[in-house]
Design a protein around this ligand. Structure first.
Ligand SMILES: O=C(O)CCC(=O)C(=O)O
Length: 255
């Protein structure tokens, strides 16, 4: 398939604007994702654990130093579709691993993620962030797949701080919306969906013995300030930083 054939149709773009999320699409086949999973497990997760690092020290921004993660996130199946939503210049400014361990391996905190809009955590100006949620493992209702609330990106919801939260400290009280309208994003390994900075989303705890691992790349465009942009390294996965505000670095292992 040529990159042009991967572009989203006008109807798909309209649907994204209507519901605030889109997909699923195939990034890799299940067999290809099994190879990527094996590499990420061996090159990142097992190494981080063996070094006794805190997860926050090895779960983020691995597109900057791991070739396998970089190749996954710069794949045309993702980038060309993202370009249909944001245009031809794409800044990859952040990546997060979203891992919910099997129940018997969970330690200090519950793996539930509260309802939230990402713009309550990041303050991009203007407010334009496109995220993908890429399934590395299969995600199901029982291992805590993400849920999104269609149309919720059209308004801002009040977030309250949870001072005891380990990971997600800001959330929206579900009394502010009708959670029965939420959509479960059950994904096969290698599939992904798009959502944006204002899409209300949530995930229940993993109460199963199956790990749930997803990767969430955060994309924006060169004129958006994601905050402290001169201090962070970013990759251009398409086009160029025509504003020159970002600290654009070379992909890992390519020189
Ligand atoms: O993986 C999850 O369940 C939540 C992910 C999330 O909140 C995010 O990617 O913004």
């Amino acid at each position: 398939m040529t990159t042009g054939q991967l572009a989203l149709t006008k109807d798909q773009v309209r649907l994204y604007h209507e519901q605030g999320w889109l997909g699923p699409y195939t990034l890799l086949s299940e067999e290809e994702m099994a190879v990527v999973r094996g590499r990420i497990d061996a090159e990142i997760l097992e190494v981080g654990k063996a070094q006794g690092l805190a997860e926050r020290d090895y779960f983020h921004n691995r597109h900057l130093d791991n070739r396998c993660v970089y190749e996954l996130l710069s794949h045309p199946n993702l980038v060309e579709r993202a370009a249909s939503l944001l245009g031809p210049h794409l800044v990859l400014w952040r990546t997060n691993f979203q891992i919910k361990a099997p129940l018997s391996e969970q330690e200090e905190w519950d793996t539930e993620v509260p309802w939230h809009q990402d713009c309550a955590y990041y303050q991009p100006s203007p407010n334009v962030i496109l995220s993908a949620w890429i399934a590395v493992d299969e995600t199901t209702k029982t291992n805590g797949c993400m849920q999104v609330l269609p149309g919720s990106h059209k308004r801002l919801y009040p977030h309250v701080e949870d001072p005891d939260a380990e990971m997600f400290s800001r959330g929206v009280d579900p009394r502010h919306f009708d959670a029965s309208e939420a959509v479960d994003l059950e994904l096969k390994p290698g599939e992904f969906i798009f959502f944006n900075e204002s899409t209300l989303h949530y995930s229940p705890p993993n109460r199963s013995e199956t790990r749930r691992f997803g990767i969430t790349p955060r994309l924006t465009v060169p004129f958006v300030d994601v905050g402290r942009r001169e201090e962070i390294d970013v990759l251009m996965v398409k086009g160029e930083d025509y504003m020159g505000f970002y600290n654009v670095v070379e992909p890992p292992g390519s020189f």
